[in-house]
Structures are given as structure tokens and as C-alpha cells.
Design a protein around this ligand. Structure first.
Ligand code: 3EB
Length: 318
């Protein structure tokens, strides 16, 4: 069994007639829209500031569409063959409760549509380091997410790959790719699984896998979670952007190896930087590391969940 899913980073202003199922472009006009020919693409601008004046667009393609996106109750859905693209925008006050509700509604909609397996999820919200009811807001988010997934009886071995980043915009944006059959979660031997982090990071640990492997009709694909300068469960190289970038790349290489020797190279990366002025230094390290194989990159400003972490990178092997 395969899952027909593909993705590309398309340079700005490139005409592409291909119907995408989901598109993400940081264009500083936050919201979820139905775009493309016949409104068939879920177009997401999750409130992240781009570091490029004309950022490339991340597109996800899947099999033939069986419905147009609908946005009832703030929940946008688009069924495309083997996958369901689903996205939700809502308020991000009372983040623990909001997250719990969003996850409950989102998973219920996936199950109802016949796509119960979460392959990949993205979470963006404002003021990630601010306190809320005795927790840091990232911890409130983790707690609400874990409460929902526990209540939905999704086991730790069935966690999706994920990203959770603080944006400069108010509002909770959650989007996901779900399937009719499960992917294979991949963990990183250099890191403790996030769902086993000690309690000091959050009363309920972050619910995500380090990566998800799927088999597509074109070969294997690895969806890599947001990855940072963490080994074991501890942040490494506080304050040192160059060393954090190299540690993050070592984690990405390890996930590539763990995912299987048959995986192709990187299709694209997205880099989240706490400080935009670090871009040139990080770009030079990426070039040095990947050389001629440096993939296209989408650069955005974002707050990584721990204050001392300056960079997070996610990507796709396909
Ligand atoms: C980490 O490895 C860094 O809470 O969904 C990366 C990816 C991180 C996803 C999440 C958090 C999440 O713990 C932070």
C-alpha cells in the first residue's frame, strides 16, 4: 500500500498549473483561504514573518480531489485521494483549552472522513513564552494537546511528526495531513523521544514523533518534524547560533539515516530563526554542510519553544 503525496517549494511568481491540495506561504496576511483554480487549494498564511521579500510557496500535492475545501466552524478540509488536508484557525487565548478543543474537533473530522491517521501536524500561535495560568504558553499548548490525544486514545507510537512555533501574530493555526493508513513514526537515537521528556519541560510532554516515513508511488518519503539543538532532552549551545545550527543538522542527518537507506535527498527545508539577523550565518553553514545538494529553503521568523533555542529546521526527503 502506498500513499500518494508529494511536495515542492515553488519560487515566488512561478506559474504552476498543478492543482495543489495545500499551500503555505508567509505573506503577512494571516488566514486560511481557498485558492487556486476552482478554489481547490487550502492556502495557509499562519502569521509567520518571512525573511524574504518574495518567499517561495510550499505546496503539497496528492491524488485527485474528491471535494472542494469547506470551512464550516473554522475547520477547512480538503480530501485528495489518499490524504486529507485539514486546517483550523482560531483564537489563542486560554491556550490549553483552545488547543484541546481544536485537536478534538480536528481528529474527529479526520475520523469522520475516513482519514484517521495523522502523518504530519503544524502548530503556530502567539506569545509562546508568556505565562498563562501558571504555565508557559508552550506548556499550556502541550498540556491541551496531550489531554486531547489521550482522550482520543491515540497511542504514543501513533504520534504524527510535528512543528510548534511561536509567531508574531495572535491566533492558533493548526494544520495537518491525515491518511487512511498509518505512516511509520521515526525517532532520533540522539534524542529522548519528546513524549518521554522529563516533567520539568511541561506537565504533559510534547506529543509528536521526530519524523514520519511513508511509501508513495514514487518511492519512500520522510516528513521531518521541527528539529532543534537538543540531544538527550537538553538544549545544547545556548547563545551560539553556529553551534546550534550544526547540532540541528546532525539531528537531521541522523533522522535521514534512521528513516532508511533508500530515502532520497532533501526536497526542501524550512528554517525558523528567533533573530532574523542570523540568516547569513546559517545560510553559510547550510551551504558548507550540503554543498551542491543544498535544497531550496523557506526562511521565516519564529520563536522556538525553549527560550535558549535560536533555530529550528524542518524538512522533507522525497
Ligand atoms: C524539541 O525537539 C524542539 O511541540 O510539537 C519541535 C517540534 C519542538 C515539535 C511540538 C516541539 C514540537 O523539543 C521543539
Amino acid at each position: 500500500m502506498t500513499i500518494d503525496l508529494d511536495t515542492r517549494l515553488i519560487p515566488a511568481d512561478t506559474a504552476s498549473a498543478e492543482p495543489a491540495g495545500l499551500s503555505l506561504r508567509p505573506a503577512n496576511d494571516p488566514g486560511i483561504r481557498c485558492a487556486g483554480a476552482n478554489g481547490t487549494t487550502l492556502a495557509i498564511d499562519p502569521g509567520l514573518a518571512s525573511l524574504d521579500p518574495a518567499p517561495p510557496e510550499e505546496r503539497w500535492f496528492a491524488g485527485a480531489a474528491s471535494n472542494a475545501p469547506s470551512g464550516e466552524g473554522g475547520l477547512y478540509r480538503r480530501v485528495c485521494g489518499d490524504v486529507l488536508f485539514i486546517a483550523r484557525e482560531g483564537p489563542d487565548d486560554d491556550l490549553r483549552e483552545r488547543t484541546r478543543d481544536v485537536y478534538r474537533d480536528l481528529v474527529a473530522a479526520c475520523r469522520e472522513a475516513g482519514y484517521p491517521y495523522l502523518l504530519r501536524m503544524w502548530n503556530f500561535f502567539g506569545r509562546i513564552h508568556e505565562p498563562e495560568k501558571g504555565l508557559e504558553r508552550y506548556q499550556a499548548f502541550c498540556t491541551g494537546r496531550a489531554e486531547a490525544l489521550e482522550a482520543l486514545e491515540i497511542p504514543l507510537g501513533g504520534m504524527p511528526a510535528a512543528t510548534a512555533i511561536g509567531s508574531d501574530h495572535a491566533g492558533l493555526f493548526v494544520h495537518a495531513i491525515a491518511a487512511r493508513e498509518p505512516g511509520t513514526p521515526v525517532e532520533n537515537p540522539r534524542q529522548v523521544s519528546a513524549y518521554h521528556y522529563p516533567e520539568r519541560y511541561s506537565p504533559k510532554s510534547p506529543s509528536f514523533a521526530r519524523a514520519t516515513r511513508i511509501e508513495t508511488p514514487r518511492g519512500p518519503m520522510l516528513l521531518i518534524s521541527g528539529t532543534a539543538s537538543i540531544t538527550g532532552h537538553e538544549s545544547r549551545h545556548p547563545g551560539d547560533i553556529a553551534a546550534q545550527t550544526r547540532e540541528t543538522l546532525a539531528n537531521l542527518d541522523t533522522l535521514h539515516a534512521e528513516g532508511g537507506a533508500d530515502l532520497p535527498g532533501l526536497r526542501w527545508l524550512r528554517v525558523y530563526l528567533r533573530h532574523p539577523e542570523h540568516r547569513d550565518a546559517v545560510e553559510a553553514i547550510l551551504r558548507e554542510h550540503y554543498g551542491a545538494r543544498t535544497p531550496p529553503v523557506q526562511w521565516v521568523r519564529g520563536d522556538v519553544c525553549r527560550q535558549e533555542l535560536l533555530i529550528e529546521i524542518e524538512g522533507v526527503h522525497a
